[in-house]
Design a protein around this ligand. Structure first.
Ligand SMILES: Cc1cc2nc3c(=O)[nH]c(=O)nc-3n(C[C@H](O)[C@H](O)[C@H](O)COP(=O)(O)OP(=O)(O)OC[C@H]3O[C@@H](n4cnc5c(N)ncnc54)[C@H](O)[C@@H]3O)c2cc1C
Length: 485
């Protein structure tokens, strides 16, 4: 009997757990550890954040699903990894601290044969003084954050209706942020709502970003293949900003957020301030900050995890200049560098380097968008890791190792630009591969036949359909596994 423990019940962890449970006989344990009682379809938090959806529409309790499927669930936070065992417990185990009301604060050691770290991002609001819901800006990273943001957004609309002028500042709260797509979506959804409410003329909508140009998305931009030739993603994005009258502050590092004003530094080293009445600024991400120990109890965190807190896997982490980065540096199996029976899936793995060129201001401030790891690759990696573990359980070391390199896979992403069955809009983008590979695809970096973008109402319908489809899949309803990641 084998026991697999999965840390995290987000897109990567939940996908891995459901697939592994489906692939292995019930004699083998599948265990999930996650601090939240609910699953959250994070992409739809954007719509919660403008008041178009309720938090209940984007979340559901995990325990009943896991009970039905025969998955052991611990509502807890993993804190320590003891991959070689410890003096007290010789088998590999993780230390967890319960967050469910019945066992709040209690600690336990969970033994495993195989471990998947799918702990996603830690929302690092602390990197920028004053950033986040405990400071002076809002967030849509969790359903709870988005609910609070929606309340503040409704107040802005109320003030506009009363005849006041309002400035909305939306974007990235630090020079090393990722997830520009989410900030882009919130910008245009907010703008769309203001237009619908008939108050757009009194509102200024400003996007602030660490991207060097619009449409970079932390992916070193994209070159879309079209019938008329190649259209770079900045042209695609700029036309939307122009059409909707949204101003942009680009190449910016937010230094601090004070009540009603953001202080930022630009790539040329100049400093600026932007007053606001409402700010939704995303935080930079780091790993879950798990600690790792060897059998003797020595702290080996720096061997197992990168300084960013993400887990080191089968990537090439050799520091090298931007010009020498290779697509082949990116991991394929996601197995830990230190342990043969531990994998990191989704955002939890340490990327070897960014995709966009990192830059520094003359004052030495890093303005370097971190590489995005969106839902589709997170799910695909989660499934590949589950397949590898199922093979190992069945065939031991001879089991097939499944791979899912982001340099060899494509991804589809639909960025909402406004909700509405008749007047909604979204940008549907497909890239192949996710990590640019100039050696294979030349200056375009990607296959321009497989990399394209379209903007329109039908993309909004598709985005809305994906919301229902992925909730159906995550609830493990009949034939859920036929829905691709
Ligand atoms: C606002 C927003 C909008 C987005 N929109 C899109 C979109 O439109 N399309 C798209 O493709 N992607 C989108 N993304 C990105 C997408 O949400 C991520 O790619 C995806 O959630 C990553 O999956 P993950 O499993 O790695 O992390 P998550 O889904 O964040 O899951 C991490 C899990 O680990 C748990 N956890 C954390 N710490 C611990 C710990 N110590 N122990 C145990 N468990 C722990 C968490 O509670 C959570 O359950 C968006 C992201 C944001 C923030």
């Amino acid at each position: 009997m084998a026991r697999t423990v999965i840390l995290g019940a987000g897109i990567a962890g939940h996908t891995a757990a459901l697939h592994l449970r489906r692939m292995l006989p019930k004699a083998h344990d599948v265990v999930v550890v996650s601090p939240n009682s609910k699953w959250n379809w994070i992409p739809s938090n954007i719509w919660v954040g403008i008041g178009r959806m309720t938090p209940e529409q984007v979340t559901f309790p995990l325990a009943p699903i896991y009970r039905r499927k025969g998955i052991e669930f611990h509502q807890a936070l993993a804190t320590e990894l003891h991959g070689d065992g410890s003096a007290e417990l010789p088998r590999p185990h993780v230390t967890v601290r319960y967050t469910d009301p019945a066992r709040q604060g209690q600690e336990a050691r969970l033994e495993y044969d195989y471990l998947v770290n799918a702990t996603g991002p830690k929302l690092n609001f602390g990197a920028t003084p004053g950033l986040g819901p405990d400071g002076h800006s809002w967030s849509v990273c969790t359903a709870g954050h988005a609910t609070d943001a929606a309340r503040a957004f409704a107040q802005v609309v109320g003030r506009l209706e009363a005849g006041d002028h309002q400035t909305l500042l939306i974007g990235m709260g630090h020079g090393t942020c990722t997830c520009q797509g989410a900030a882009f979506e919130y910008t245009f959804n907010a703008e769309h709502e203001l237009t619908k409410a008939g108050v757009r003329d009194r509102a200024e909508v400003i996007y602030i970003t660490n991207e060097v140009q619009l449409g970079d998305f932390g992916m070193d931009s994209m070159n879309f293949g079209t019938k008329r030739g190649i259209v770079p993603s900045h042209v695609f994005a700029e036309s939307l900003f122009q059409e909707r009258g949204v101003k942009a502050i680009m190449g910016a590092h937010v230094e601090r957020v004070e009540p009603g004003v953001v202080h930022y530094e630009l790539l040329d080293g100049t400093k600026g301030q932007q007053p606001f009445d409402f700010a939704m600024l995303l935080p930079p991400f780091r790993g879950a900050d798990l600690k790792a120990f060897d059998r003797e109890g020595a702290d080996i965190t720096s061997e197992v995890f990168a300084p960013s807190g993400f887990m080191k896997v089968d990537a090439d982490y050799t520091p090298k200049p931007y010009e020498e980065w290779r697509a082949s540096d990116w991991p394929r199996t996601y197995r830990s560098l230190r342990y043969d029976n531990v994998w990191a899936a989704g955002i939890a793995f340490a990327p070897p380097h960014p995709m966009s060129r990192p830059r520094t201001t003359p004052n030495g401030t890093a303005i370097a968008p971190a590489p995005p790891r969106t839902g589709m690759p997170s799910g695909v990696i989660g499934r590949a890791v589950a397949q590898t573990i199922a093979e190992r359980v069945r065939h031991g070391a001879a089991g097939k190792v499944h791979t899912a390199s982001m340099a060899e896979m494509g991804a589809a992403c639909i960025a909402s630009a406004g909700a509405g069955w008749l007047d909604g809009k979204a940008a549907a983008m497909t890239v192949f591969p996710i990590v640019p590979d100039p050696e294979k695809y030349g200056d375009a970096g990607r296959d321009t036949k497989e990399t394209f973008g379209e903007i329109g109402l039908s993309a909004h319908w598709m985005k809305a359909m994906l919301h229902y489809l992925f909730l159906y899949k995550a609830k493990a309803r009949p034939l859920w596994f036929l829905i691709p990641e």
